[in-house]
Write a protein that binds this ligand. Structure first.
Ligand SMILES: Cc1cc2nc3c(=O)[nH]c(=O)nc-3n(C[C@H](O)[C@H](O)[C@H](O)COP(=O)(O)OP(=O)(O)OC[C@H]3O[C@@H](n4cnc5c(N)ncnc54)[C@H](O)[C@@H]3O)c2cc1C
Length: 461
């Protein structure tokens, strides 16, 4: 596709639509919108615009579409795959000022929000009503960015990913048309599920201007355990058996021994530096949770666990889980000058132990430094492989290692990305993962965005 640059004429139209104070070509603003949290190279947009309403987005998209100017939506910029980097320049549409909670339907367990609402703020607000929105990516992501990446996190194992919570949406298409989709009924068999189409579309089909989310009640009681093992295989086999036991953990996470060592240093903790599982259960009563804990203990003992520490109640849960958080930051802080290539493969749960073992062998074989952790109960492996992207030969090794791990996941009938999205880095796996259905995706893209203005350079090569 041939794209136009943003000229003074377009800048003046944009200022007319949103007002001059919400259009910027300032260097520092362009700089901030040229890079997410990934290693992918910075590419500055030509202008950043902060709309406040769907109608403003509509006028901006119509203008950009007529003039073939790329438009990239921006949530909070916390992506790990280059998803919001405006690789072909153009307009970045920063949705952060559309940050209002529009309507809480407490009785229906639903909330209607603008896309710039940060999910942590939303959950703070909802907690006053005994409600919460479970997908929890950890970083301070916006609801729009979570919808666009189909984000998930530690509680997906019990509650599901963002896609499972979006019930209605207002989306602005590249033509400027504003469409409302979905229903406030929690189930529906009516027609194509357009919400599911836009969830995970990474801003390549349109701009999400409003979302209604399904909510759940806050759990009454919590139980948490930290369990340590001599080997990763023992830890991952434990994951498998817990998942098959009929128990329903709210979170089940793995940190490999080197990650535990890093987090110890970063947070001044003193966990034994062994493969470790972090387990959380939620329930109505401590008595019920204690029964579940006994089953967990038996399974862990069967798998030769070397240490188990458990606690009841929210405070204990938070204390025990302290080491699980901020792993990405601990890796970054402990390795100045190195960037991580982030692996995010997910496989059917029975293949999880093999996936983790394979990824470690790949690192060993290539002599690379990397750290394995992740949402084990969902079969989702995170691995950060370190290198210097500017160092061609070495970075090629890092990339090859990443490719080896993804290929293994695909051979296990898994996916290249469990939650971070395709962005720039995973485009090369789309054909292998989707086969002929990739062509259907391309046709959908061409139908909704014939001029290819929405977040070009993402998802498809
Ligand atoms: C330390 C750390 C830990 C993380 N852990 C997890 C995790 O556990 N699970 C997980 O899923 N992710 C995780 N992430 C990745 C990231 O937080 C998520 O992908 C998140 O959903 C991105 O949201 P954002 O608001 O930052 O969106 P951005 O990064 O700004 O954008 C994401 C994508 O959405 C598009 N977009 C943004 N807003 C809109 C909109 N309104 N309409 C249409 N398209 C839009 C953008 O163009 C882009 O393609 C982590 C990131 C970090 C830094």
């Amino acid at each position: 596709m041939a794209y136009q640059r943003v000229t003074d004429q377009e800048l003046s139209i944009l200022r007319g639509i949103v007002g001059p104070e919400r259009v910027s070509t300032g260097e520092s603003i362009l700089d901030l919108h040229g890079k997410d949290e990934s290693f992918h190279a910075k590419r500055k947009p030509e202008v950043v615009v902060w709309p406040l309403r769907a109608e403003e987005i509509s006028r901006i998209l119509r203008m950009a579409n007529e003039r073939r100017i790329p438009v990239t939506p921006w949530g909070a910029g916390t992506s790990l795959e280059g998803n919001p980097i405006p690789v072909l320049g153009g307009i970045v549409l920063d949705l952060q000022q559309m940050n209002h909670i529009l309507e809480l339907k407490e009785e229906d367990l639903q909330v209607r929000v603008e896309p710039g609402v940060v999910y942590k703020e939303l959950n703070k607000f909802l907690s006053r009503y005994g409600l919460f929105f479970p997908p929890d990516p950890g970083a301070s992501a916006s609801i729009g960015g979570m919808v666009a990446n189909n984000a998930s996190g530690i509680r997906t194992i019990k509650y599901g990913a963002t896609k499972d919570f979006v019930i209605t949406m207002v989306v602005v298409l590249p033509s400027g048309e504003i469409i409302r989709m979905g229903t406030n009924a929690v189930k529906s068999s009516s027609g194509y599920d357009l919400c599911r189409l836009f969830v995970g579309s990474e801003g390549t089909l349109g701009v999400v201007a409003e979302v209604t989310l399904r909510l759940v009640g806050l759990p009454a009681e919590f139980m948490a355990s930290i369990v340590q093992f001599h080997s990763v295989r023992d830890a991952t086999n434990t994951v498998l058996q817990i998942m098959r036991s009929g128990l329903s953990p709210a979170a089940l996470e793995l940190l490999d021994a080197p990650v535990v060592a890093l987090v110890n240093r970063y947070k001044n903790l003193s966990l034994e530096e062994k493969p470790t599982l972090f387990i959380e259960f939620q329930g109505m009563s401590i008595a019920g949770l204690k029964e579940e804990l006994e089953v967990v203990k038996e399974i862990c003992a069967d798998n030769r666990s070397v240490r188990i520490e458990s606690g009841m109640g929210r405070e204990e849960r938070n204390r025990l889980w302290e080491a699980r958080y901020d792993v990405h930051e601990a890796i970054k802080v402990n390795h100045p000058g190195l960037s991580p290539l982030v692996i995010d493969t997910a496989v059917p749960i029975s293949k999880y132990p093999d996936m983790v073992e394979w990824s470690q062998k790949v690192l060993e074989k290539k002599g690379l430094k990397g750290f394995a952790f992740g949402h084990a109960g969902s079969g989702n492996l995170h691995m950060e492989i370190l290198g210097v992207p500017e160092n061609g030969a070495e970075w090629r090794q890092v990339q090859e290692a990443g490719e080896d791990v993804v290929r293994f996941a695909l051979e296990c009938k898994g996916t290249a990305t469990g939650e971070h999205g395709i962005g720039i880095g995973k485009r090369k796996f789309m054909e292998k993962e989707h086969g002929a259905s990739l062509e259907v995706m391309k046709r959908i893209k061409a139908l909704l965005d014939p001029n290819g203005i929405m977040n070009p350079g993402k998802i498809f090569e």
